[in-house]
Design a protein around this ligand. Structure first.
Ligand code: NAD
Ligand code: UDP
Length: 322
């Protein structure tokens, strides 16, 4: 049994990770400032004596005794990270410094939730880890992209300078239950719109592509990565290589929900990447990992979650911080 810290643990990915770590018998300290996450995501874990929830902002130092750290704290959807871009960069950069400082004091292994956004609007397709990216440093997405890039720099400098045990994962678009219904991400938007019979908002012509990974597959990848030997530092791409146009996604969601929603075209947001697909050879080689859940299967579970949420009349407004 280990004592494991999960920052951003009340968010979408963090809550699933906390659940899996508890299932494995570990003690979990979940910290979150509830900016985009919610207590309801971890409410079912609160009765577990091995689970502790603490309100804390990672831009401030934290002194706790833990053996492993998963650093997930950061708003992840474009509308959320662009709402307060200065705070987004601070969360990525100061948050990384604080968590790396904690890892150094504790000699703890530390995992970083990096992102495919470090590749920007990629000119190399699909994306291998060796690709350095095509990132606008001064655009609307830069607070997130550059913040995450700087965090990666810090992780590798702490490795070289202090011999820290680091695990840097570049996560590609992931979806599933507990995404925030108003986070503006494409899967949650389309599913909620379809279930409510509202227009499906397709940005641009819908020819841009993304590769969607189901949350359970992704979390399995996190756990396998953390369990690797110290020489496996990453960066390692984690995502599902199945590539779909956004228009295809809209059609699949309409089909699976049996919705009468029509597609409504909207302007493409600035710096919206045209294509994204991970090469996952490194994950296969070092983690023996590849995603198993096909898009339609994962979407069925996600649709069931949002259907319940909408029926339960839960407060679907923007999360606390936004
Ligand atoms: P999320 O918004 O649901 O979760 C982020 C969590 O971090 C929230 O609970 C939020 O309240 C918390 N948080 C934000 N700022 C904080 C701060 N300063 N201090 C403490 N907590 C803070 O998003 P998610 O999809 O679960 O993403 C989790 C991590 O994975 C993020 O770092 C994100 O960049 C990364 N990621 C996610 C995806 C994806 O497709 N979901 C893709 C690439 C990378
Ligand atoms: N998108 C869309 N309609 C929506 C929300 C998003 O067409 O209602 C598009 C968006 O322009 C982008 C893709 O879907 O091309 C994925 O967007 P998301 O915000 O989920 O993730 P990211 O752009 O960060 O990959």
């Amino acid at each position: 049994m280990k004592r494991v810290l999960v920052t951003g643990g009340a968010g979408f990915l963090g809550s699933h990770l906390c659940e899996r770590l508890l299932d494995q018998g570990h003690e979990v300290l979940c910290i979150d400032n509830f900016y985009t996450g919610a207590r309801r995501n971890v409410a079912h874990l609160l009765t577990n004596p091995r689970f502790e929830l603490m309100r804390h902002d990672v831009t401030f130092p934290l002194f706790v005794e833990v053996d492993e750290i998963y650093n997930l704290a950061c708003p992840a959807s474009p509308i959320h990270y662009q709402y307060d871009p200065v705070q987004t960069t601070k969360t990525s950069v100061h948050g990384a410094i604080n968590m790396l400082g904690l890892a150094k004091r504790r000699r703890a292994k530390i995992f970083q939730a990096s992102t495919s956004e470090v590749y920007g609007d990629p000119t190399v397709h699909p994306q291998p880890e060796e690709y350095w990216g095509n990132v606008n440093p001064i655009g609307y997405r830069s607070c997130y992209d550059e913040g995450k890039r700087c965090a990666e720099t810090l992780f590798f400098d702490y490795r070289r300078q202090h011999n820290l045990r680091i695990k840097v994962a570049r996560i590609f678009n992931t979806y599933g239950p507990r995404m925030h219904p108003n986070d503006g991400r494409v899967v949650s938007n389309f599913v909620v719109q379809a279930l409510k019979g509202e227009s499906i908002t397709l940005y641009g012509e819908g020819n841009q592509t993304r590769s969607f990974c189901y949350v359970d597959d992704l979390v399995e990848g996190f756990l396998r990565f953390m369990a690797t030997g110290d020489e496996v530092t990453g960066p390692i791409n984690l995502g599902n290589p199945g590539e779909f146009t956004i228009r295809e996604l809209a059609e699949i969601v309409i089909d699976l929900t049996g919705s009468k929603s029509k597609i409504e075209f909207r302007p493409l947001p600035q710096d919206d990447p045209m294509q994204r697909q991970p090469i996952i050879d490194k994950a296969k080689e070092h983690l023996g990992w590849e995603p198993k859940v096909p898009l339609r299967e994962g979407l069925k579970k996600t649709i069931a979650y949002f259907d319940d949420l909408i029926r339960s009349d839960a407060d679907l407004a923007q999360p606390n911080g936004v």
